[in-house]
Design a protein around this ligand. Structure first.
Ligand code: B1M
Length: 232
């Protein structure tokens, strides 16, 4: 070990989080996993570790990717490191013991392979008591519809991170309308390039800015559905 090697456990919380952001940037998976474990041992909630260290770090990666400072191979390493940290947090976020409140199928749309945000939404939904069927990436319309029917889902969730793939969400919703099943499901959409207006324009039930909003929105729609059922 060299004299100047950083020992993560000796850093205070602020410096550790800063170091984790640097490590995420450098794609250092093991260091990220260590950092996550240390913060948890110090009493941080899984949600805070996720948002204040991992998601915040990935935002910096995103900015430098946009600005041409980082390229795909480096961003893949960062994504891999982030997934290492998320894997530790996943069971903890799902450990709330909440009763099952509903079922969601979720996937990234056709042509799009970004899955970190979608995975995060799936984790947080599970943590809030939803059953989640994760369809993965690059999903054509049949995947969503077949899975929703097969699983008797309440919610279809779609993620898109590219301006070129987000219009595919409308293809899915239009196909549901053609098949007369649009009203059978709550359709929630999300992803960095989307906004409320886009969600409305394509006929989704709601656009969700982040995973926490997705959970709140899903709960609201499920409560509304239950009210309608008991009223009818
Ligand atoms: Co990509 N990429 N990428 N990339 N990549 C973006 C999206 C980009 C904005 C970067 C940039 O230029 N600034 C840009 C898109 C530009 C545009 O379309 N406007 C871009 C590009 C151009 C590309 C390629 C085309 C690059 C190339 O090949 N030349 C290529 C496309 C590949 C493809 O999909 N066909 C590509 C590839 C990649 C990697 C493979 C290297 C990697 C993905 C690895 C992986 O996901 N396993 C990658 C990454 C990591 C990014 C950035 C840096 C980070 C995305 C991320 O994980 N964010 C991204 C820059 C950015 O977004 N700032 C970028 C963290 C995550 C927690 O946030 O995904 O937004 P996010 O999810 C949030 C919310 O959006 C929301 O909740 C989540 C959690 O709070 N949400 C939902 C997301 N989905 C939801 C679904 C819901 C609800 C809420 O359903 C109900």
């Amino acid at each position: 070990m060299s004299d100047d090697e950083i020992i993560l456990s000796e850093l205070n919380d602020d410096d550790l989080v800063q170091q984790m952001m640097d490590d995420l940037y450098d794609g250092l998976k093991e260091e990220i996993e260590d950092g996550v474990n240390i913060l948890l041992e110090r009493g941080w909630t899984p949600y805070d570790v996720l948002t204040k260290a991992l998601v915040a770090g990935m935002t910096i990666v995103g900015h430098d990717f946009r600005d041409g400072i980082l390229f795909v191979p480096e961003v893949l390493l960062a994504a891999n490191a982030m997934k290492g940290g998320m894997a530790i947090l996943k069971p903890l976020l799902a450990e709330t013991g909440a009763p099952r409140v509903g079922k969601m199928v979720i996937g990234t749309v056709k042509g799009d392979i970004h899955d970190i945000g979608k995975n995060l939404v799936a984790m947080m939904m599970e943590g809030a008591g939803f059953e989640v069927v994760d369809l993965g990436i690059n999903n054509p319309v049949e995947n969503y519809i077949d899975a929703a029917k097969r699983e008797d889902a309440d919610i279809i969730g779609m993620s898109a991170l590219l301006t070129t793939t987000m219009p595919y969400m409308k293809v899915v919703i239009d196909t549901m309308k053609e098949q007369g099943i649009r009203e059978d499901y709550i359709v929630l959409v999300g992803g960095a390039p989307l906004n409320e207006e886009f969600g409305r324009a394509i006929g989704a039930d709601a656009y969700c800015r982040d995973a926490a909003v997705a959970v709140e929105t899903a709960k609201q729609f499920i409560a509304r559905k239950h009210n309608q059922l008991s009223a009818g």
